[in-house]
Design a protein around this ligand. Sequence first.
Ligand code: ZN
Length: 127
Amino acid sequence: MSEQPSSMPSAALRPASAAMACPTCRAAWRGVATCPRCGTDLTALMHVAVRAWELRQATRAALCAGNQTAEALALARAACQLHTTPYGQHLLALAFLVNGHMAEAYALIEQVLQEQQPPFPLSPGEG
Ligand SMILES: [Zn+2]
């Protein structure tokens, strides 16, 4: 059972489970050019993933520059819209924080933590 948070901002946030999949058979995409299940050409999907990766690299560079926080946020959002990855969500949360968007950062971090499986079950009362 999971409760839906009522105050979750919906803009720019997509669940990490919205991973890329074959458009024909919905098999999870594993970074290959041809779907191993149905043989669909996944080259376009690879281009999108590469573009998202480039945007994440640019986000990281903008964050490290220190004076490009607004650009970093725009880049991080664009990367997550193309391809949501845990690393991309971490960058987006960081970009929210450095731009002072605490509520969005908090909501995204909560979402990422909920989607992560804990490495071991916590006992009641722990955590
Ligand atoms: Zn397929």
